[in-house]
Design a protein around this ligand. Structure first.
Ligand code: FAD
Length: 507
């Protein structure tokens, strides 16, 4: 690879951009990553405030083998860059009537827990694991290949995997095959929210998410999930990659149907053989590419696409450590109504569902001794809703804190707050460059998946590639890592190269 020396520019140092950067730098490309923020990680970054350490976005790491593979492909061991810690029980789920369910990967304990709350339900769970395991094995290879053309989609492999996709039915309907109790079904379908979608709309394909959680576990990274992108940036630099922080790209340059480089905000033009866009897809199109250069992704068409919900975030430094698990979900008292309000609504829900992470029970490095860093996320409508956050913020903060004090065992929560940061959809849009503040990017409805999602090898121009949540296979960390692998591979293949031998072994 040494001889290749192709120059690649990457716009954005999120997990997608850094993943591709690592792979290409280790394969001998000259890679420059331009990141507008003074830090790496994008939505997978973190921040420190008054001695408390918070992850900005992701708190669940799944399918860890993909991250291991990325590091292996660049000739490294993940263990040398970060320490993963499995979280079990997976989470505490709090239902409308106050019952608490703690699913675990320990079979005997899980059986007892299910029989305690949902008598007779364990058999359905075993069937769920068996059937979904077979589907998962057939589906995973689909996540590893690009869907750059109909030819990719209309092949035998694709058709043979169609029955495993279950895309014709919702996640909620699909999991009814295994779980009849409505609360139990909720415990296996709320994961649609990881994609910012409703379980009643999210395609059944995504039953792979609860399956992955139960079969392969949920992980924390010591020091926070921000250590993932920090580790990637370190690996990239070790291979000679150039990371330019606080250096925003102003324009992606397109001439005669191909990308030729970028213009930075400081006016400098950086030429490249290939450009990879990691900035949020719709944001990048509308802000970094002149309208006359776009035929398929016009402003109008982008506005008409479907986007995930947004999130209201509270990051609290507390002078105490609550004795509650690492991951917690408080379901709205009327869950379906809340989900519909978020998906379709124009107003905020008075009865929210809330996820919170009490990571200090696992990771004392995040807060001073005896204290804790609490991360709170409430799904809310994205910016298409027109909600005036400057007016709503204070009242909604109260709704969230009241709910946690009343229903989640966080007694006197307000009195323990020593430091606080709030993020609304406005912040996601303005500070984090996320179109419509849709924190989980383009929605994953069937019309925006596979060949219908913006392609890894971007369809508008030559020498342009996409990575991250806005392209195939989708918006969680494991799929974002796959997008990095797919695009890096496509670039190398376009020059007659392949990723190293470790990759060949995986196929
Ligand atoms: C609140 C929240 C919780 C989440 N929880 C999870 C979870 O638990 N598990 C999980 O797997 N996933 C989770 N996700 C989803 C997903 O994993 C992350 O959002 C992920 O960081 C998206 O990665 P990305 O590479 O697509 O983009 P980003 O992380 O957004 O990175 C894009 C980068 O591009 C930069 N950029 C933008 N414009 C420019 C420009 N003009 N010039 C230079 N740079 C630019 C941005 O600053 C940013 O650094 C969560 C997301 C959010 C927001």
């Amino acid at each position: 690879m040494e001889s290749m020396q192709k120059r690649v520019v990457i716009v954005g140092a999120g997990p997608g951009g850094l993943g591709a950067a690592m792979l290409l730098a280790s394969a001998g490309c000259l890679v420059d990553v331009f990141e507008k923020q003074p830090y790496v990680g994008g939505r997978t970054s973190g921040f420190e405030q008054d001695g408390f350490c918070f992850d900005l976005g992701p708190t669940f790491l799944m399918m860890t083998y993909i991250l291991h593979e990325l590091f292996q492909l660049s000739g490294r061991r993940l263990e040398d860059y970060m320490t993963l810690q499995e979280i079990d029980p997976l989470y505490r789920l709090i239902f409308h009537d106050g019952r608490e369910f703690l699913p675990t990967r320990q079979a005997a304990q899980m059986k007892a827990e299910m029989e305690r709350l949902f008598p007779g339900s364990y058999q359905g769970y075993q069937r769920f694991l068996d059937v979904e395991s077979q589907k998962f094995t057939r589906l995973v290879p689909r996540l590893r290949v690009p869907y750059s053309s109909w030819r990719d989609q209309l092949n035998w492999q694709f058709f043979s995997s169609l029955p495993t996709l279950d895309a014709h039915q919702s996640l909620h309907t699909k999991l009814g095959r295994y779980f009849s109790d409505e609360d139990l079904r909720m415990a296996f379908t709320f994961q649609a929210k990881y994609l910012g979608m409703s379980p009643w709309e999210c395609p059944g394909t995504f039953s792979m998410i609860p399956y992955m959680e139960h079969a392969r576990g949920i992980y924390h990274v010591m020091g926070g999930l921000q250590q993932i992108t920090r580790g990637m940036a370190k690996a990239f630099a070790e291979d000679g990659g150039q990371l330019h922080l606080s250096t925003a790209v102003q324009e992606i340059l397109v001439e005669k149907g191909q990308t030729t480089g970028v213009r930075l905000e400081n006016g400098e033009i950086v030429k490249a053989d290939d450009v990879i866009i990691n900035a949020d897809f719709a944001h990048a199109m509308t802000h970094l590419v002149k309208p006359e250069k776009r035929r398929k992704y016009t402003d109008e068409r982008l506005r008409r696409k479907k986007y995930s919900c947004s999130t209201f975030m509270l990051y609290l430094g507390l002078d105490t450590l609550y004795d509650v698990p690492h991951h917690n979900v408080v379901f709205a008292e009327d869950y379906r109504k809340n989900v519909e309000e978020v998906a379709k609504g124009r107003a905020l829900s008075a009865d929210p569902s809330i996820y919170f992470q009490n990571a200090s029970v696992t990771d004392p490095s995040l807060a001073p001794a005896g204290q804790s860093a609490l991360y709170i996320l409430a799904p809310v409508p994205n910016k298409t809703s027109g909600i005036a956050w400057d007016k709503e913020l204070s009242q909604y903060r109260d709704v969230v804190l009241d709910t946690l004090e009343r229903r989640a065992g966080l007694k006197d929560l307000r009195s323990h707050i020593v430091t606080e940061r709030v993020l609304t959809p406005d912040h996601w849009e303005q500070e984090h460059a996320v179109f419509y503040g849709a924190t989980f990017s383009l929605a994953h409805n069937i019309g925006q998946m596979l060949v219908f999602r913006p392609h890894n090898k971007f369809e508008e121009w030559e020498h342009c590639y996409l990575v991250g949540g806005g392209t195939h296979p989708g918006s969680g960390l494991p799929t974002i890592f796959e997008s990095a692998r797919i695009s890096a591979k496509l670039i190398l293949e376009s020059y007659g190269q392949t990723l190293n031998a470790a990759d060949k072994a995986n196929h």
